[in-house]
Write a protein that binds this ligand. Sequence first.
Ligand code: GDD
Ligand code: MG
Length: 324
Amino acid sequence: MKALVLIGGFGTRLRPVTYSVPKQLIPIAGKPMLYHVLDLLPPTVEEAVLATGYKADAIARYVTEHPPHLPVRTIVEAEPLGTGGAMRNAGAGMSDPFLLMNSDVIAGFDLASLLAQHAAHAGLGTMTLVEVDDPTPYGVAELDPDDRIRRFVEKPTREEAPSRWINAGLGVWRREALDRIPDRTPLSWEREVVPTLLADGVFAYRATGFWEDAGTPERLLRAQRYLFDAGRGGRRAVPKGTTGQGPVAIDPSAMVEGATFGGSVTVAPHAVVGAGAYLEDAIVMDGATIAPGASVLHSIVGPHARVRAGHRVSHQVLGEAAEA
Ligand code: GDD
Ligand code: MG
């Protein structure tokens, strides 16, 4: 079995950091978002095909230098094709059925149960759904009593939303679903393709376990907390020479002596955190500097950015090489 991973979006809601780093390479709980997504794949998946576009070179380089636990292949779009166009473009040689995954989904699901449920019905596809309070930023499903999807509306208004069950961004589809997407045409899988497939039988798999779309700063930091809580965060205790509490994931090449942690923190390679600095619910990316006595709360500090001594950063996203 193969997985098709959509990884070509611009990450606009995570700017300015995504001006220089694709969102899938932002480290969460010690490793890039993409690697947590790949961790979800059941052992029956033999290859992940990454449909890349924006910052495709950075992703290709990273996966070459840090090989994931399964073989990956990247297929680059010259122009953004949207989620549907990207699937068609990368779909040659897909398995039947195949797994479809958004690359910003952080979840604690058992995808083997999704595959088993798909195998048990004769439908074209099975979408993983989760129930949320506010469905408006997502794709929303209306369900029949037998959990067949009757209607699917992408990013509806509150009034239009047919339920609170949303597309979790993970599904399994028969290969022929790809033939239903026009070739070389930019289009949205969720808006323009899925509604046309429902007549062929698309079923819901109601997932349990934590779930987050890490596409905004707030949700990304929440995803990090979920990962740490689930024990998927690498090193958890605060390192020698520091104080405070974990969970934290501090790269061994980072210098953090004398810092204090307030929990749920990632410090990436070659970052420097000065004595007396305080970090809580934060991500400090490659080569960034948090000067002595500064504090970083509920924030993402981009690569090579610098927070001045004694300065406080709260609920912010700093881009590459930014000064605060
Ligand atoms: N290759 C490629 N080309 N990938 C793309 C493109 C493109 O043109 N546009 C977006 N992607 C990728 C993104 O990188 C991301 O992994 C995935 O497709 C979904 O795009 P997002 O921008 O994250 O979409 P969303 O979060 O607003 O909504 C999607 O995810 C929700 C759940 O997380 C939809 O699938 C919703 O229906 C769903 O509820
Ligand atoms: Mg998303």
